[in-house]
Ligand binder design. Structure first.
Ligand SMILES: O=C[C@H](O)[C@H](O)COP(=O)(O)O
Ligand SMILES: C=C(OP(=O)(O)O)C(=O)O
Ligand SMILES: [Mn+2]
Length: 457
């Protein structure tokens, strides 16, 4: 009979102490909680709740990302800038998952390469801000820092940080992830459903192009099935959850010890990234993330020096473990061709193997005279092109893209073949933070990236 008993390894006390070392360091971008006892109680409650992801899944993802770093796969990471509690509806979650599945099909088909699918979903609730406050009509209040911290309504009550939101964040992440798992494990993501993922979306040129491609895939599947191939393996799709690891009063209590080997794993998401504003090498975030086993990302903006990058590699990936470290380049279309090549060259002598992905969103923000935060689709495309060019020149692998998107027909980014202009932004602008590509713009971008990828492999 099979022995089902597990060897349970307890954590070394110094490992646990290390997980709290960040508390002695400068910690950027945390809210001013008015009631520290309530925060301590919420964190203690979260620490007793079940993990949202398992250490074994995290390890599989690390292998997938290692493949992407070697140029044998490509990471597609996308979702809201700021998920909201009210936005965690079945329809919105389904539309986002469908959009990512459709983009992944376009990329797989165009580049004949496995696509690692990952949502900025099920925990993307905390936001770093440029300013601690926001002023409207002469009134100044704390900035909105994401639903896990405070409310968006512009009143003193709503903008005050509220520790009860930490626990609500956990439960909203749990129900979102539950639905994602149902969609991706229950047959909905089966490649034989490739047509149905397009149902319900408005008809437009990108959809039309997608339909054509789906028809070709359908034909190929029917041919292979007739020839005896077994496609049941395609019923389930691996789909990973990720968010910015920002809010320490949430991330620390979600950290658990893997009983199989005594190492700490953050169980709030498979993958977490450190933002551009919190990647200080001597700061709390980098220290905490250096101690957990999940694959992690670091955003790199245009001011990043080779020295910054090298110190991050040594601190976060001292053992040069394949799949452990992802650099998310977010330079801006006007800067990437100057800012990325020195980093790609600088790394050659380091025996390091990070995955490089492009976030073409965060370096391309602009505010219209009417006050909308937006981005131009053309700048986004141009930055992606600059990212591929830099890798081509350096002989390194362009390993993925990181996109703010939604499956809904919002009007938040300018351009695309629908030609959204400044006046259109008011029609359907729903993001509480940064502008997202809508469904059609997301598909269009996928077709463009597929062309770049096909040329790169
Ligand atoms: O994704 C997030 C934003 O880029 C970040 O929160 C900064 O936004 P802000 O300049 O509006 O504060
Ligand atoms: C805040 C974000 O990005 P960055 O840290 O690159 O500015 C984000 O991804 O929403
Ligand atoms: Mn954002």
């Amino acid at each position: 009979m099979e022995d089902l008993s597990e060897t349970v390894v307890a954590a070394d006390p110094s490992v646990i102490a290390g997980l709290d070392y960040w508390r002695t360091l400068p910690v950027a971008q945390q809210p001013a909680w008015p009631d520290p006892d309530a925060v301590a109680a919420a964190s203690a409650e979260i620490a007793t709740l079940p993990p949202l992801v398992f250490a074994g899944e995290v390890d599989i993802l690390r292998d997938r990302l290692a493949k992407a770093a070697r140029g044998e796969a490509f990471l597609l990471q996308g979702g809201d800038c700021a998920e909201t509690f009210a936005g965690a509806t079945a329809e919105a979650i389904r539309n986002r998952v469908k959009t990512i599945l459709q983009m992944a099909v376009v990329l797989t088909y165009g580049a004949s390469m496995p696509i690692v699918k990952m949502g900025r979903m099920a925990g993307q609730f905390a936001k770093p801000r440029s300013s601690d406050t926001e002023t409207r009509g002469g009134v100044t209040l704390p900035a909105y820092r994401g639903d896990i911290v405070n409310g968006y309504d512009f009143t003193p009550e709503s903008r005050q940080a509220d520790a009860r939101r930490l626990v609500q964040g956990y439960h909203t992440a749990a129900s979102t992830l539950n639905l994602i798992r149902a969609f991706t494990q229950g047959g909905f993501a089966d490649l034989r459903q490739v047509h149905s993922w397009n149902r319900g979306f408005a008809q437009n040129p990108a959809n039309h192009r997608y339909e054509k491609l789906a028809g070709e895939i359908d034909k190929a599947i029917r041919f292979m099935e007739a020839a005896g191939a077994d496609f049941d393996e395609l019923k389930r799709v691996e789909f990973y959850a990720s968010h910015e690891g920002l809010l320490m009063d949430y991330e620390r209590p979600m950290t658990r010890i893997d009983s199989r080997n005594g190492t700490p794993v953050n169980t709030s998401a498979h993958f977490l990234w450190i933002g551009e504003r919190t990647r200080d090498i001597d700061g709390a975030h980098v220290d905490y993330f250096s101690r957990i086993r999940n694959p992690i990302g670091v955003k790199l903006g245009p001011s990043t020096t080779v020295d910054d990058m090298e110190r991050l590699i040594d601190k976060l990936d001292p053992n040069r473990e394949p799949g452990r470290l992802t650099f998310v380049s977010r330079m801006g279309a006007g800067k990437i061709r100057d800012a990325l090549p020195p980093l790609l060259e600088g790394i050659t002598g380091m025996d390091a193997n990070p995955l490089w992905i492009s976030d073409p969103m965060h370096g391309n923000g602009l505010t219209t005279p009417t006050g909308y935060k937006t981005r131009r689709f053309d700048d986004i495309v141009d930055e992606v092109k600059g990212f591929f060019e830099a890798h081509r020149a350096a002989g390194t692998h362009p390993g993925g893209i990181h996109i703010e998107l939604t499956g809904d027909d919002v009007t938040e980014c300018l351009g695309g073949s629908e030609q959204i202009d400044e006046a259109d932004l008011a029609t359907r602008y729903e993001s509480l933070c940064d502008p997202r590509l809508n469904h059609m713009q997301s598909l269009e971008l996928a077709f463009l990236v597929a062309e770049e990828l096909a040329a790169a492999v």
